[in-house]
Write a protein that binds this ligand. Structure first.
Ligand code: GLU
Length: 469
């Protein structure tokens, strides 16, 4: 059997972290088994399903690298097929027309409530003949669900989940206006798409029993289920906006790398021994449904951040440069040109070792692009005593004579210079930093000089000397 999984988001305007994890698990399981991973947009709520809302979800999925097989299926466009299945069930006697008016249904609900019974449809029209149909009422189609026995879902995460059939009433499949219900649409689509494994949040667990009944009514194979516990916030409550950002795209905007997010979401609910850092390749090799945890995982921003730190260190410099450039746009209020990006790439090795996010990288790299003449922050200004300015003059002369301009050579030279003046390294390096960057905090100064190159560095030092002379 070829495994077919699917991710079936309702377009709510963004991809919730829980949805992102569901997508990841479906994707990994398909990739692990050499199967297919399909995308279905559950866009039957026409008001909410705007193109923007759908595009936002696709965008986040692409960012996470969760590429789907085949074209996405838009549930709404299959409404005719859903209705056709409801009518097939009607024809085979496994569904029936129900002519209850809204008033009758309300009375049914109220009676159940006042008697302390659960609210269920009472089967009024289950065995009545169509000849009894009242005039002027467009009927709904209901499933003739089994009333005895029980329905068991063998769930890969939750184990056997059994519900007494008496607890499940005859659900509506087709509304009186001919539109399919959510339950009908999901089952028909899962069948038509050949879905073999339904991996989704455990908020859908009770739906699974009803859906299984519907699969059985059509004599279709019931897919295997894996219902994953929802993600909780640090306080143990279901993850919501009050815990912070819940959309995957917000984490992109906060400067997280997709591979860090993927690794984090994977560990949030799935485990492989004590492994914390799991590459995508390893994840594909190892992922199985048995490794999914039974209890809800808690979202922990510190853990995500420490994974990001790890992946930033590993990331390719050219790739980082173009990602950082995106974030720098906002800081500098301009686009970056090819030479800027080339400079960023040179700057990355010394910067990426310590940065937690792309934003931090962008902020720390911004000084490379500030216009000259430099403006000096108060601490840098305070350093520039006449003695220091004179010292910078001497230093500039020595630096100008260097034949090789690289970080180790520059460091060796400045150390020697400091020693010959009986000064600690900091007493020379700090004014040098201020002279070149206008501030007292920067990546290692010798790396900065190497990134700027000889001409730019020397001109900066000269300009600073002139400014403070
Ligand atoms: N559209 C549903 C949701 O976003 C998922 C339905 C399913 O996976 O069966 O929660």
């Amino acid at each position: 059997m070829t495994v077919v999984t699917r991710f079936a988001p309702s377009p709510t305007g963004f991809l919730h972290l829980g949805g992102a994890r569901t997508a990841l698990f479906n994707w990994l399981y398909a990739r692990h088994t050499g199967g297919k991973y399909l995308l279905r947009v559950e866009d039957t709520d026409r008001k909410r399903s705007t193109d923007d809302a759908i595009e936002a979800i696709f965008d986040s999925l692409r960012w996470l690298g969760l590429d789907w097989d085949d074209e996405p299926l838009f549930q709404h466009s299959h409404a005719d097929r859903h209705a056709e299945v409801a009518r097939e069930l009607l024809a085979s006697g496994r569904a029936y027309h129900c002519y209850c008016s809204p008033e009758e249904l309300r009375a049914m609900r109220e009676a159940a409530r006042s008697e302390g019974r659960p609210v269920r449809y009472d089967g009024t029209w289950r065995d009545r003949d169509a000849s009894e149909a009242p005039d002027g009422i467009a009927p709904v189609i209901r499933l003739k669900a089994p009333q005895e026995g029980e329905t068991t879902i063998p769930d890969h995460v939750q184990g056997d989940v059994t519900i007494a059939n008496a607890q499940l009433d005859d659900m509506i499949l087709l509304r009186s206006d001919g539109s399919p219900t959510y339950m009908l649409a999901v089952v028909v689509d899962d069948h038509d798409m050949g879905v073999t494994h339904v991996i989704r949040g455990d908020d859908h667990l009770t739906n699974a029993a009803r859906q299984a009944q519907l699969f059985q009514a059509m004599d279709w194979t019931v897919p295997e289920f894996a219902h994953i516990p929802l993600i909780h916030g640090p306080d143990g409550a279901k993850l919501s906006k009050r815990h912070g950002a819940v959309g995957a795209e917000a984490y992109r905007d906060m400067g997280f790398l997709p591979e860090a997010m993927q690794n984090y979401l994977l560990r949030l609910g799935w485990g492989h021994g004590d492994d914390e850092i799991i590459s995508q390749e390893q994840a594909i090799a190892w992922f199985d449904l048995d490794g999914i945890g039974k209890s809800p995982a808690r979202f922990d921003l510190d853990k995500l951040t420490s994974l990001n730190l790890h992946y930033l260190k590993q990331a390719d410099d050219a790739r980082l440069a173009s990602l950082v450039a995106e974030h720098l746009k906002g800081i500098l209020e301009r686009d970056l040109e090819a030479p800027d990006i080339a400079l960023l790439e040179l700057a990355m090795p010394s910067m990426k070792e310590r940065a937690k996010t792309l934003i931090e990288l962008a902020e720390n790299a911004a000084f490379y692009f500030r216009p000259r003449p430099l403006s000096f922050d108060p601490k840098a200004t305070k350093l520039m005593s006449p003695e220091t300015v004179a010292l910078l003059g001497e230093l500039e002369t020595g630096l100008a004579d260097l034949t090789l301009w690289d970080a180790p050579g520059l460091e060796a030279f400045v150390r020697q210079f400091a020693e010959s003046h009986e000064l600690g390294l900091g007493k020379v390096a700090q004014p040098l930093r201020a002279a070149v960057t206008g501030g007292t905090v920067s990546p290692p100064i010798f790396d900065v000089l190497a990134v700027f190159g000889r001409d730019e560095s020397l001109e900066r030092i000269r300009e600073t000397i002139a400014a403070f002379s």
